[in-house]
Design a protein around this ligand. Structure first.
Ligand code: PGA
Length: 251
């Protein structure tokens, strides 16, 4: 079986104005050029307003650019929303869908997340589809069941290893400094792998990222866990040194 190339994705969330965002992206692109590329693939997902200038600033460097969300429809009367095709035109190759902050803040259901992922696929984007249990669900022993249910409801027809990445992000580990232990991560990633293999012809090749308080200091241990094919990084992706340390922790 082909080795899955690791993907290190930075989710900037609602942070950064143009000068800082472009400078951060340029810094990373410069490091990537100087290194002649890395074993891992590198991606940044800036706020929507910065996608275009960031994509222009890093063009040709190998640093990929993605969106943080898209609308399920291709166009129409949807004030404030952005379509997958708009992201693609602005320079994105990826889009995050179903992040827990979207699921919580905007009440996004599994069905809506599946529709967004399908829209991403139709526009030629890779959907980074997020799943993960809350702290209360973990305490009740329901982590595996919640993740399996989210996968069942959020993976659209037509998903393949080429157009879909899964991100396991336990909600209680996001932005808290509390990271899941390598044993917890191994257990859930194995469960996700089994679900993917059961559901998709190319399930064994789909990349599964871990997210939740990943930083330079813990990345090496997390990236060495079986079936961890990269990281989705929030806070630490806003600091070039931290993000680079995570990126270079991958063999
Ligand atoms: P964090 O966020 O790295 O700040 O915990 C991860 C995420 O929400 O993707």
């Amino acid at each position: 079986m082909a080795k899955r190339r690791k993907l290190i994705a930075g989710n900037w969330k609602m942070n950064g104005l143009k000068a800082d965002g472009v400078a951060l992206a340029r810094d990373l692109a410069g490091r990537l050029r100087a290194a002649g590329g890395l074993p891992a693939e590198l991606l940044v997902c800036p706020p929507a307003t910065l996608i275009w200038p960031v994509a222009e600033a890093v063009a040709g460097s190998g640093l990929a650019v993605g969106g943080q969300d898209c609308h399920p429809m291709a166009g129409g009367a949807h004030t404030g929303d952005i379509s997958a095709a708009m992201l693609a035109e602005a320079g994105c190759g990826h889009v995050i869908v179903g992040h827990s902050e979207r699921r919580q803040d905007h009440g996004e259901s599994d069905a809506l997340v599946a529709a967004k992922a399908a829209a991403a696929h139709a526009a030629g984007l890779v959907a980074i589809l997020c799943v993960g249990e809350t702290g209360a669900e973990r305490d009740r022993g329901e982590a595996g069941a919640v993740v399996a249910r989210q996968l069942g409801g959020s993976i659209p027809a037509g998903a393949t290893a080429a157009n879909t990445v899964i991100a396991y992000e336990p909600v209680w580990a996001i932005g808290t400094g509390r990271t899941a232990t390598p044993a917890d991560v191994a257990e859930i990633h194995a469960l996700i792998r089994a679900e993917l293999v059961r559901r998709l012809e190319t399930g064994s090749a789909v990349r599964i990222l871990y997210g939740g308080s990943v930083k330079g200091a813990n990345a090496g241990a997390l990236m060495a866990v079986p079936d961890v094919d990269g990281a989705l990084v929030g806070g630490a992706s806003l600091k070039a040194d931290e993000f680079w340390a995570i990126a270079t922790s991958c063999p």
